[in-house]
Design a protein around this ligand. Structure first.
Ligand code: PGA
Length: 239
């Protein structure tokens, strides 16, 4: 199966002009690009790349409640978005997203027909305690995030992908040793029947060290995905 290359732009870039320039680089490659919401409805000029959102909400319109400022899975689906990232550690941190909220978002996104990339990963404090603690933490996170998600939704091919993103490796340049990532990814695959990606300081120089393992189904790239030079080299690595 083909490897998944997911590009998480986070809260970048500042203008649609720059967004289009970055898009031009990826338009010839089969990747998933996750721009901020505001650029999703605009024409970025993507050709083969697929479109994803960085988050979604746990209710669809017409909703029982009023949810100012939120964007729903149905809205995303209706503008042609195929994927959504749920549970990124930055949202867990800055938006105080709990596993309960993440679980609700996953259920509705899958029901709406979006493909979900669920992010999980341990803090540096847990990493320091050793492999058993990391595995215990990841197992609990996955159990809570996927609690009572109907098995029929998970059976749809490609509906759920899990990204192993150790928090201490995100945006730090301090990427997880590929063989350590492999160990955790194999563990996740034993828990859940889904594809598993690695994320955390992936760049043009280390990407192939992760992709070379058949168990690692792809990568989630943050910072390097909005650096044009880096992005060009990443794409060049893939063709
Ligand atoms: P990074 O981010 O590549 O900048 O470490 C990865 C992510 O947040 O998904």
């Amino acid at each position: 199966m083909k490897k998944i290359i997911a590009l998480n732009w986070k809260m970048n870039p500042a203008s649609i002009k720059e967004a289009k320039e970055i898009s031009k680089i990826v338009s010839s490659s089969d990747v998933i690009i996750f721009p901020p919401f505001i650029y999703l409805g605009m024409s970025l000029g993507l050709k083969k790349a697929k479109l994803g959102a960085q988050d979604t909400f746990w209710e669809n319109p017409p909703a029982g409640g009023a949810y100012t400022g939120e964007i729903s899975s149905l809205m995303l689906k209706n503008i042609g978005v195929e994927y959504v990232i749920i549970g990124h550690s930055e949202r867990r941190k800055w938006q105080n997203e709990t596993d309960e909220i993440i679980n609700k978002k996953i259920k509705l996104a899958l029901k709406t027909g979006l493909k979900v990339i669920l992010c999980v990963g341990e803090s540096i404090q847990i990493r320091k305690k050793g492999l058993k603690s990391i595995k215990d933490f990841i197992k609990k996170q996955i159990q809570k995030d996927l609690q009572k998600v109907h098995s029929s939704l998970l059976k749809v091919q490609g509906s759920l992908t899990i990204a192993y993103e150790p928090i201490w490796a995100i945006g730090t340049g301090n990427f997880c040793k590929p063989e350590d990532a492999l160990e955790i990814i194999k563990f996740i695959k034993n828990l859940s029947d889904s594809r598993v990606l690695y994320g955390g300081s992936v760049n043009s120089k280390n990407i192939l060290n992760f992709l070379k393992y058949k168990e690692i189904d792809g990568v989630l790239v943050g910072g390097a995905s909005i650096d044009k030079k880096e992005l060009k080299s990443i794409i060049a690595n893939l063709v």
